[in-house]
Design a binder for this molecule. Sequence first.
Ligand code: AMP
Length: 463
Amino acid sequence: MTDFQSLGLSKTLLKAVEDEGYTTPTPVQQLSIPPLLDGRDVLGVAQTGTGKTAAFALPVLQIMERRRTQGKRYIRALILSPTRELAAQIDERFDAYSKNMDIRHRVIFGGVKQNPQVRALNKGLDILVATPGRLLDLIGQGFVDLSNVEFFVLDEADRMLDMGFIRDIEKVLKLLPKKRQNLLFSATMPKSIAKLAGSFLNKAVMVDVSPKEMTVDRIEQKIMFLRKADKRRLLVQLIKEQKVERGIVFTRTKHGANRLVKQLGQSNLSAAAIHGNKSQGARTRALAGFKDGSVPILVATDIASRGIDVEGITHVFNYDLPNEPESYVHRIGRTARAGRSGIAYAFCDDSESGYLVGIQQLIGQEIPVDSQHEFHFIGAIPKPGQKPGKVKDSSGTKKRPRNSKSNNNSRGQNQRRPRRDSNNNQGSRGGNRNNNNRNNNNNNSNSNHRRGSNGSNRNRNEN
Ligand code: AMP
C-alpha cells in the first residue's frame, strides 16, 4: 500500500499530514503528487471530496520550500476557485498543511470588504487563493502582481465555465509569466474543458479518479412525480416522517431557496439557506449550524453548495430537478460519503420531466419511482420518447389541470401535455441559469461594468 512517505514528501509535510490524521494518500494524491514534485503539469479529473486539495497543495508547498526566496514576499502560487466556500476551504487546507512552514497565504473573494484583503496583499503573500471576480477587481486597482507566479491552479474548472468565468480566466492567464507549473482540476471533462486545458497546460500528466458510476450505487434514489404546488407539502411530510437530522434540499433559484426556508419554518422545521446572494457571514453561519446539527436542513442552490463537504448527510432532496444532469450526480453525492449509505429524493413536476430524461441518460439507469404518496401526479411522468431538456407548458400558464389525479390511467386526456421546447435542449446550461439570475445581480461586486456584454458575468453573483 502506498504511504505518504513513498510519494517523496518532506518531513515537514509528512508531519502536517499525520497531524491531520491522514494515514493513506487518496488515489488522486497518489497519482498527482509525484509528477507535481517533478515539476510536471497535471490535468486532474476529480471531484471535491477526493482529497484533491492536498494533491496540489502538498507538492506546491514542498517546491516552494525547496526554492525559498529572499526579500519581500511575492505571489508564487495562485489558486483560482469558482466559489467563496471552496476558496475558503482551500485556504483553510493550506493553513493546516503549511503550519510548520514559513508561508503566508490568503484567500480573497467578493461579497466582503476588500480592505483587509488589500492589506494582506500589501504585506506580501506567497500563496493567493481567489475567486475570479474579486481577483480581477483587485488587479484592476493595482493591488495584485501576478508576474512572479510559479504555480497556477485552476480548481473546479467545469464549474468555472458554467459560471461564465472563461473570459476572466483568459485575462488572468495573460498576466502570468510564461514559465510556470499548471494544474487544472475538474469534476468532469467535457470538450470545453479539454480545450481550455490544451490552451495552457504543457504536456500535462492526466490523472483521472472520476468515480465511473459516480457514487450512485450506494445511494438509494427515488423519483416522485407531483405538481409543483404540492412539492412543499411532500417535503415537509418526508422530513417529519423520516425525522431527518441532516438533510440538504436543492432548489434551482436563490429566491426559491429563501422562500422554502420560510415555508419550512412555518411548518416548525428549522432550515437555513445558502446561496450567492447571502452575505459571507450568513453563509458561514448556515454551514456552521448545519455541521454542528443545530440546523438540520440546509436549502442550497447548486453553485453555492459546490465544495461543501459535510459528513453524515443522510438525505438529499432535489426539490427542483437541476437543468444540468451533472448537477444531479453532484447533488446526490453529498450523501453516502465515506462508505455510508444515503437516500436521495427527486421531485419532478410536469415542467421538469425533460430534465429527468437527461439525468437518467447520464446515470444510465432509471430512477425507481415512488408513487406511494398522496401527491402522485402522472402528468409529470416523461412521455415515451421524450427528449432531454426543458419542457414548456403549451399555454405558458401554470393552471392546475383538472381531474388529473394519479388513479387516472389514460394519461393526458384531461391534462395539458407538456411540450418540448426545442430551443432549450442544448443551450439550457447557461441560458436557464442566466434567467434565474437575471434579477439577482444587484449584489455583484462593483466590477460588473468591466465585463463584456456577452454574458460572461452570468452567475458571478454566486461567487
Ligand atoms: P478535498 O477533496 O480536497 O476537498 O478533501 C476532502 C476531505 O478529505 C477534506 O476534509 C480533507 O481534509 C480530507 N482528506 C484529504 N486527504 C486525505 C487523506 N489522505 N486521508 C484522509 N482524509 C483526507
